[in-house]
Ligand binder design. Structure first.
Ligand SMILES: Nc1ncnc2c1ncn2[C@@H]1O[C@H](COP(=O)(O)OP(=O)(O)OP(=O)(O)O)[C@@H](O)[C@H]1O
Length: 244
């Protein structure tokens, strides 16, 4: 079953500061994503990877095209649906995370991860227990669980960020470089957790620079080149080396 249909997606940026020139972030991108699939988005720096995720999540308003989410309640065009419907989908079905943690001042790491679980209806105790499990699996030292992420290293913050994103097990999860700051051992732990914890219940579209990660985690790979979808192939046929 198809979860996401992207049709002729285009995103341009009007750069008034550069004498009204136009930057093309995405150009005529079309593909579908199946239920439970892990699709990796790769491509050189500036090829449009983050713009694609942001357009799906409507953090960027696409300039043209359609992004249809085939959810439990029916099809929704994420480009044209009203804001309220989009917010509801973000709360219930579609997750997004960038590689940087949006810090909430003076909230301990364990509560940052527990928050979406509490909002989803879990008791505080259960939500905290689940978030401790996730942080433990991601090898965040236990003494940091009750500390504020503002003081954490880049890799420690990224673990909190990833745990927070996967905790509610959304139907569709958009991940932008979720493992970029992790050392190889922690990256492996993150990959194992993503696979196990999300299982087939979550469809993932994730931007990755690291070819090793792509090869072990993705089902298919979409290669962007200068704002266009160059090819989309099963991971076994993917041989590209991606450098940020
Ligand atoms: N908010 C914005 N305003 C203006 N231009 C933008 C904006 N966001 C992206 N762009 C431009 O769109 C193009 C694609 O950017 P995008 O960030 O999607 O690429 P990327 O493949 O994710 O790059 P990287 O791997 O470096 O993160 C680039 O030329 C970029 O400068």
């Amino acid at each position: 079953m198809t979860v996401l249909t992207i049709e002729n997606l285009r995103k341009t940026f009007d750069m008034h500061i550069l004498g009204d020139t136009q930057v093309v972030g995405l150009d005529d991108v079309s593909f579908t994503v199946d239920d439970g699939e892990f699709l990796a988005i790769v491509g050189e720096s500036g090829s449009g990877k983050s713009s694609l995720l942001k357009c799906i999540y409507r953090a960027y308003e696409p300039s043209a095209g359609r992004v249809v989410y085939h959810g439990a309640e029916g099809d929704v065009d994420l480009v044209s649906c009203d804001d309220r419907e989009m917010i509801q989908l973000r709360e219930s079905a579609i997750g997004y995370t960038s590689q940087f943690l949006d810090e909430i001042p003076r909230v301990p790491a364990v509560d940052v991860v527990a928050r979406p679980l509490r909002e989803g209806g879990l008791s505080t105790a259960d939500a905290r227990e689940r978030s401790q499990e996730l942080l433990s699996r991601l090898k965040l030292p236990e003494e940091l669980w009750e500390a504020y992420p503002a003081t954490f290293s880049g890799g420690e913050r990224q673990r909190v960020n990833l745990a927070q994103a996967i905790a509610p097990q959304p139907d569709l999860l958009l991940l932008d470089e979720p493992t970029s700051a992790l050392d190889p051992e922690t990256r492996q732990a993150a990959i194992d957790l993503l696979r196990e914890y999300l299982g087939d219940g979550t469809t993932v579209v994730g931007v990755f620079h690291n070819t090793d990660v792509v090869e072990v985690i993705a089902d298919r790979v979409a290669v962007l080149d200068e704002a266009r979808l160059q090819r989309i192939v099963p991971v076994e046929e993917y041989e590209g080396v991606v450098v940020a």
